[in-house]
Design a protein around this ligand. Structure first.
Ligand SMILES: Cc1cc2nc3c(=O)[nH]c(=O)nc-3n(C[C@H](O)[C@H](O)[C@H](O)COP(=O)(O)O)c2cc1C
Length: 291
């Protein structure tokens, strides 16, 4: 598939074909599903989400129906010709290989590997270049579609992890997943989330996402899919200038599904005003112009 345009990020409205269909109708180019595992998963006990500093902290805990039950949603999406990236995860290499094998039979446009959820066991994978290499290679070994590796800014060296994903055959990296964070109720004097710690998303993480995309885009040759806090067309342009070929949007959907059309309109106007004919001309321009 072509890695361009504005996509729905994993975990936000990505569980049913109906909600993903609505996101496409409102202007998204591609939808990424909620991360799906081999077996159904209940997730963490509530509260699972809280607002913080114009963003969200969630510890949903990767609740999902499991890959077998997800077949029906994927079939509906395929019947409607909706470009869909299947996000998957596994607690071991054997498990992710098995989910990938079942997943590829559902004919997604690509598979995204969630190696980086900060409030689940799998969060540790993308901290390690070695583990990342093993997980990506295991999936590439058994599928013939494109595979994207989703990285975390919580890793001490995101560039090495990105390079490991590229060496293992990843077709793109997705940067970034949420940042580990927490919120404390000052009257109850205890953490708000059932899981205590969660993942911060939305506007507060945008500068961190830009830094990761900027660094990865210089270090890797595969495309970077930028995600994290994008909520305006100006953010989208900044993310492209840092090096993102495509952009995913999650938390900003809280403000309405028309976010995709608003961003596309703003980007088109900017390109016109700046006399730039293609978005591809500005991808990575922020570092190309000074290196
Ligand atoms: C409620 C919620 C659930 C999420 N679930 C997933 C998930 O299942 N898999 C995944 O890879 N990322 C998940 N994410 C992370 C998003 O895909 C995205 O990487 C992150 O929120 C940053 O983008 P945003 O600021 O545009 O939301 C979730 C985010 C939120 C807010």
């Amino acid at each position: 598939m072509k890695i361009t345009g504005y996509w729905l990020a994993s975990g936000v409205l990505g569980v049913t074909a109906a909600s993903m269909g609505r996101v496409i109708e409102s202007g998204a180019d591609v939808v990424v599903t909620k991360s799906i595992s081999l077996n159904p998963r209940q997730g963490h006990s509530g509260p699972v989400i809280a607002t913080s500093h114009e963003g969200l902290i969630n510890a949903v805990g990767l609740t999902n129906p499991g890959i077998d039950a997800f077949k029906e949603e994927m079939e509906t999406l395929r019947e409607q010709n909706i470009p869909v990236v299947l996000s998957i995860f596994g607690n071991s290499i054997e498990e992710i290989r098995e989910v990938a094998l079942k997943g590829v039979q559902l004919e997604p446009s690509a598979i995204e590997l969630n190696l980086s959820c900060p409030h689940a066991e799998i969060g540790q994978i993308a901290h390690s270049p070695d583990l990342t290499h093993k997980y990506v290679a295991a999936v590439k070994d058994v599928v013939d579609c494109q595979v994207f590796a989703k990285l975390t800014p919580n890793a001490s060296d995101v560039i090495s992890v990105g390079k490991a994903a590229e060496d293992a055959g990843a077709d793109a990296v997705v940067a970034i997943n949420t940042l580990r964070g927490m919120k404390i109720d000052i009257y109850q004097m205890r953490p708000v989330l059932g899981n205590k710690v969660g993942g911060l998303s939305g506007p507060p993480i945008f500068p961190v996402a830009v830094r990761c995309v900027y660094d990865l885009s210089q270090a890797l040759t595969i495309p970077i899919i930028g995600v994290g806090g994008v909520s305006t067309w100006e953010d989208a342009i900044e993310m492209h200038l840092a090096g993102a070929s495509a952009i995913q949007i999650g938390t900003a959907l809280i403000g309405g599904m028309n976010i995709f059309s608003k961003i596309k309109k703003g980007v088109a106007k900017y390109l016109d005003e700046m006399n730039i004919s293609e978005i591809s001309e500005i991808i990575g321009a922020a570092w190309r112009s000074i290196s």
